[in-house]
Design a protein around this ligand. Sequence first.
Ligand code: SF4
Length: 308
Amino acid sequence: MQVYLAQPRGFCAGVVRAIEIVERALEKHGPPVYVRHEIVHNKYVVESLKAKGAVFVEDLSEVPPRAVTVFSAHGVARTVEDEAAARGLPVLNATCPLVTKVHNQGKRYMSRGRTLVLIGHSGHPEVEGTMGQVPGPVHLVQNVTDVAALPLPLDTPMAYITQTTLSVDDTKDIISALEARFTDLQGPDIRDICYATQNRQSAVRDLGKLVDVILVVGAANSSNSNRLREIGTEAGVASYLIADGSELDPVWLKDAKAVGITAGASAPEVLVDDVIQALRRIGPVEVAVVPGREENIEFRLPAELVAG
Ligand code: SF4
């Protein structure tokens, strides 16, 4: 069987940085280090860090006094920052710099008196963090129907920002609906969209042209992994989201000549290898990487964790 690997796939720079912050914090301070929310949405990553001494909590009230605390890559609301400060917790902030950029854009629009719309998924931790960072009401829209339902006059000075794990393609219909409805609308530069989300989605579309089945390696609660699976399906290719090789169902591959594999931004390459191993147990496998965009983006670590 021919296996094609999407390029790029898997870890983005924000995820690499977030994991490294927890690892370096463990080295520097020793375990336990407390992490608010899954550092990134991947069970394998979370379990590996747990084994090294990270303790994952959903609420800061679970963190003991003075314990080193890491905020996850998704970002947090100001109330969470304030609570950590009030309790004197030493905090390392692993919020992805691209998420922080969205927070800052939102604050800028608001300071200019604009009414803010956030395009994103209700309940996602990044969305909760962003809504909680901007000082004022934020209208969350998830689809074009929500745009039509916004209780605002058409000439309201408006601005929008977007959840980073939505690509240009995901948001374009909603942005068009906002543009059609409001006469004074501003939005961020299209180049500000997260490069990793866009690149992984473009790569899965390219993959879809070559294969009969797409396997997306990622967690069920990972928004960008789910989206990759949806894009595969939209391209007319049977697409499945799997955490690792143990979830591979041979029935999916019954009539497949070529299988494509990609991975969400929070899924490590070791899990892609695990899926390839599972395919090898079914039959002989030839692996090739589809030519795609090279990524060489790196985000700096917090100064206190940089050696030297
Ligand atoms: S997907 Fe984009 S915004 Fe999210 S952590 Fe990765 S680089 Fe940052």
